[in-house]
Design a protein around this ligand. Structure first.
Ligand code: DGL
Length: 268
């Protein structure tokens, strides 16, 4: 049976970070129901192997498909980088991923065709952003840098902290040396560092927030497929996590910019 337009959008991530994508979706598509899954018991994924990430991704995809979602969004850059095919092979509903969205955002933004990408070690080692950009624009030069310390710094709430500022300066040095004009924030956590990263990169460099690009792409796809929810009542939001929700709730509210309700624990 084809999905109904009133069904929820399924969004998933390794933990709390994908809430930056949920936030962008809530702002861009305020009438869409959303079911979110954060694998808080097994986060972080950014330093795990492709095999392990693919296994976890399969479980999450199956869970969300059982909730009858009309669309799946891979909000985690690391999962999108190494396991998006796993999701596409399993899913009868359309699948969008943040890497594709970020790549499209970068192609639209760059003038000089020199793009920097920052992300977790697994995302950067996979070269997925460069592939996604080169598929559509082979003449763009892509320079990547893994920034493993950013995820814990953001979760610590050090969004405007000297330690984070120095860390950013250090990480960005090699990509800035390549005269990039665009920098892709290739990790769920990095949109929270936008002001600090803009300061470290300089005002001439355009930051591409893959969460915002994803919300734009989602709106376009729902419209095209006739799956946009026509109802104009307040939507339902449900959040599933795999570990006690306390930390998810505290940190999540910062990511989401609003109070988190309806958080439930899934035991596997
Ligand atoms: N969600 C991950 C990403 O966007 C960051 C957190 C993790 O390493 O699991 O790459």
């Amino acid at each position: 049976m084809p999905p109904s337009s009133s069904n929820a959008i399924g969004v998933f991530d390794s933990g709390v970070g994908g809430l930056t994508v949920v936030r962008a979706l809530m702002e861009r598509l305020p009438f869409e129901n959303i079911v979110y899954f954060g694998d808080t018991a097994r986060v972080p994924y950014g330093v795990k192997s492709v095999e392990t990430i693919s296994h976890f991704t399969t479980q999450i995809t199956e869970f969300l498909l059982q909730q009858n979602v009309k669309l799946l969004i891979i909000a985690c850059n690391t999962m999108a980088a190494v396991a998006s095919q796993v999701v596409r092979d399993l899913s009868p509903v359309p699948v969008l991923d943040v890497i594709d969205a970020g790549a499209l955002g970068a192609i639209a933004a760059t003038q000089q065709k020199y793009v920097g990408v920052i992300g977790t070690p697994t995302t950067i080692n996979s070269n997925a952003y460069a592939r996604a950009i080169h598929q559509r624009a082979p003449d763009i030069r892509v320079f990547s840098q893994a920034c493993p310390l950013f995820v814990p710094l953001v979760e610590e709430g050090w969004l405007d902290h000297q330690v984070t500022r120095l860390t950013a300066q250090e990480y960005l040095k090699p990509v800035l040396a390549q005269n990039i004009d665009t920098l892709v924030l290739g990790c769920t956590h990095y949109p929270l560092l936008k002001p600090l990263l803009q300061e470290a990169a300089g005002s001439k460099i355009q930051l591409v927030d893959s969460a915002e690009s994803m919300a734009e792409q989602t709106a376009g796809l729902l419209e095209k497929m006739g799956l946009a929810n026509p109802q104009r009542s307040a939507p339902d939001y449900h959040f599933y996590v795999t570990d006690v929700p306390l930390r998810f709730q505290t940190i999540g509210e910062r990511f989401l910019g609003r109070t988190l309700y309806n958080v439930r624990v899934v035991k596997w």
